[in-house]
Ligand binder design. Sequence first.
Ligand code: HEC
Length: 452
Amino acid sequence: MYIGVGNGSPWTRVIRSPGGGDNLFLSSIVALDADTGEMNWYYQTTPGDNWDYTAVQDMALAELEIEGEPRKVLLQAPKNGFFYVLDRSDGELLAANPYATVTWATHVDLETGRPVENPDLDYSEKGKWVLPGPLGAHNWQAMSVDEAAGLVYIPAQDNPLFFEMASEWKETGVYKHKPKGWNTGLEFGRLAQVILDNIAEQPTPKGYLKAFDPLTGEDQWVVEIPHYWNGGVLGTEGGLVFQGNALGMFTAYDKATGEVLWEFNTYTSMLAPPITFELDGVQYVSVLTGTGGGDLFGGEPLPPVAEHASLTYSNEGRLLVFKVGGEAALPAPTVRDRSIPKRDLKDIDTVSIARGEIAYNENCAVCHGFLVRSGGAIADLRRVNDETLAIWDQIVIDGLYSAAGMAGFGDVLTRDQSGDVMNYVLARAEEDRLVAAGEKELPQMTWMTGGD
Ligand code: HEC
């Protein structure tokens, strides 16, 4: 039985494990005897993980020819950006090639089996852009293995994060564990400010569909997608690769060349892997539409990342089934109303807004989006109406909407803090309303400096 193991918390190893060490078995692939539960072997992809590089992504068992010998292997593309080929009987490392842009390490040393970290990107003193970011170069979205061709079709991405140690830690040398909340050890409260301050050096976020040779690290072909959070992949014996992407396109590619053979606009972003099946002699291909997960935080993308379909239209969860010659059509898509109501903010205190920004980023951003710009899967708080504002604390503190997935934060935030968050949300809303009207440019965020 093979298990992929997640990351540690806090993510930052100087806080989590000041004594050093590899922190077994974080970010590892572990083989257990299915009868006894005893460990047969392990392979740690990211010793002393410092970046949230889980190794929980899908694993595939295959037989590949290596130096003329057929070998039974285990294949995984964990978040850290290296594609691992292991002998699945004993865990021997056979290959570890980068399958996306990797900057945290220069390579994996095949002798020691360990990654060689890039000292230039040590962020313990000074913040740095690092690739991959915490969403990984590959995440839950299924890859597809083609044993005959010796290729893997991977939904990969370059999605960097500016890693900056928590200011609390930098200022005091102490990091207090929050029993209910995120404990990353990174600066989350001021993350928007930190990212916007460093946006000029940001490596461009984007997605790829790759036909990748795990033994040589070469790409047979690459399709670039201007948004990074795309769907799982299905490869078929008949020579096709199917993927639904963030832009709403469900596409069949030629497995040999990556050429687009067919595409269908679903008007909804996709994460799920397509499947294919035969029923009464007819072959079908099917996919679930709808997005969410890690991209919630990313929210409405900043250029040059393309806007995804679930934001432009709506995040419509549908099961779509196709056959050759099928004639059903989707209802015409409706474009979302994303206008922001105008509000009078004269009386809002900028100090409260600044406090609210930190509380928002630490508690709300992960679902409602970076800069309060929802990615379309969960309510856009810039657009809340007056009725909702009137019951803000009932929702945010008391849990009025908990049945809809919005838990109350009464055990984490005071009513004053909830009010600060509301002020921050309204201030961001007003700023974006002015940006949309062409009266202001992002990034501004003047309350941070106590300006207007
Ligand atoms: C785990 C994800 C998650 C987190 C974290 C979260 N929310 Fe929500 N929120 C939701 C969901 C789900 C809904 C209800 C469904 C919807 O409206 O999209 C919602 C709805 C709301 C609404 C109602 C919006 C409306 O127009 O009806 C408000 C207000 C709100 N959230 C505020 C907050 C605040 C403030 C925080 C941080 C303290 C927060 N949420 C944190 C998931 C989350």
